[in-house]
Design a protein around this ligand. Structure first.
Ligand SMILES: [Zn+2]
Length: 324
């Protein structure tokens, strides 16, 4: 069977994915945003599709962007049909996530309550597996990745439920897993928890790793055999984020130490907000990797082949699932 990725428009052979941004948000709203309908700007879906598709088409034509992993969790406004419409309009492949956000900023009440009255672990496992194999909420659009998230300095009991479910399903059918680390903490523990529960190292990407800029920490996570994501380019001095120049220096050091086959790049940008927007970046946030980072890496001596590894080959290996 061919190695494919499950995009919002169906299965795509991984050879066709091209340059891939591994953690962006095409649409995002914090839980609770729907309570602010009176004061927050209204969301014009059609205009948002048009505007976003135009932007992504430009990235495809200018930079060769091929694929985006949309990292929006189920409880933060995830909308697979919105993603599908934009993918069709722009020609950029998009993968949709399945999973819940970390305890501090997610919608925790539902599964906390389910845990009080029944077997929440089993329910979460079934929900995530169904979303990856049959599709999301009757749309027929399958989740292409699992997204799991933990708190600063700990993985709470609530968060562990999602890590275990994601790892078990991934171990069975190979769904890739991306993670949110809060300010870069708990990367080693996240990798261990996922591996202990059945996920394979090459199906795990520990995200937001740059929240800690200590190379010894990066190496301790890489020792688990997983990928790491420098996936918040353009977020500087915000929730523990370093400058982009420091990120580039870390990546150069890792590539030159032989770890270029385990690093992936992205921005964690939010292209459309539900609720009041939180503008902590410039309007061009989501093109910084191509516009600024790639030239900076080249200037620091990272070769074209090595850059191709970060943007094309690593995501291709990470996302390759057998057909399901
Ligand atoms: Zn994110």
């Amino acid at each position: 069977m061919a190695a494919v990725a499950n995009t919002v428009c169906g299965m795509v052979p991984v050879e066709q994915l091209g340059k891939t941004l591994v953690h962006e948000h095409i649409l995002f709203g914090f839980p609770g945003c729907l309570g602010d309908l009176t004061c927050a700007p209204s969301f014009d879906r059609n205009a948002a599709v048009e505007r976003t598709a135009t932007k992504l088409r430009r990235y495809r034509e200018t930079y060769g962007l091929g694929t985006i992993i949309d990292a929006t969790p189920n409880d933060c406004g995830r909308d697979p049909e919105f993603l599908r419409d934009i993918s069709k309009e722009s020609g950029v492949h998009i993968l949709c996530s399945s999973g819940y956000y970390y305890e501090g900023e997610g919608a925790t009440s539902y599964y906390k309550f389910r845990a009080l009255i029944g077997d929440a672990d089993k329910e979460i496992y079934t929900m995530m597996k169904t979303e990856a194999t049959e599709g999301i909420a009757g749309t027929g659009i399958k989740a292409g990745v699992f997204k799991v998230a933990s708190s600063k300095g700990c993985i709470t009991a609530y968060e562990k439920r999602f890590f275990c479910a994601a790892a078990m399903v991934s171990g069975e059918i190979g769904v890739p897993i991306i993670t949110h680390t809060q300010e870069g903490t708990m990367g080693v523990e996240q990798a261990e928890l996922l591996l202990e529960n059945g996920a394979k190292p090459n199906k795990i990407m520990i995200g937001h790793i740059e929240g800690c800029t200590d190379l010894r920490y990066h190496l301790s996570v890489l020792e688990k055999g997983v990928f790491i994501g420098f996936d918040r380019f353009g977020l500087e001095g915000y929730t523990g984020s370093p400058s982009d120049a420091v990120r580039v220096a870390c990546i150069v050091a890792l590539v030159k130490s032989g770890y270029g086959d385990r690093v992936m790049l992205s921005h964690d940008s939010i292209l459309n907000w539900i609720g009041k927007p939180l503008d902590v970046t410039s309007p061009t946030h989501s093109e910084i990797v191509f516009r600024d980072v790639v030239p900076a890496l080249a200037k620091a001596g990272v070769t074209e082949d090595e850059i191709n590894m970060l943007l094309v080959e690593n995501p291709r290996r990470f996302l390759a699932s057998q057909e399901f």
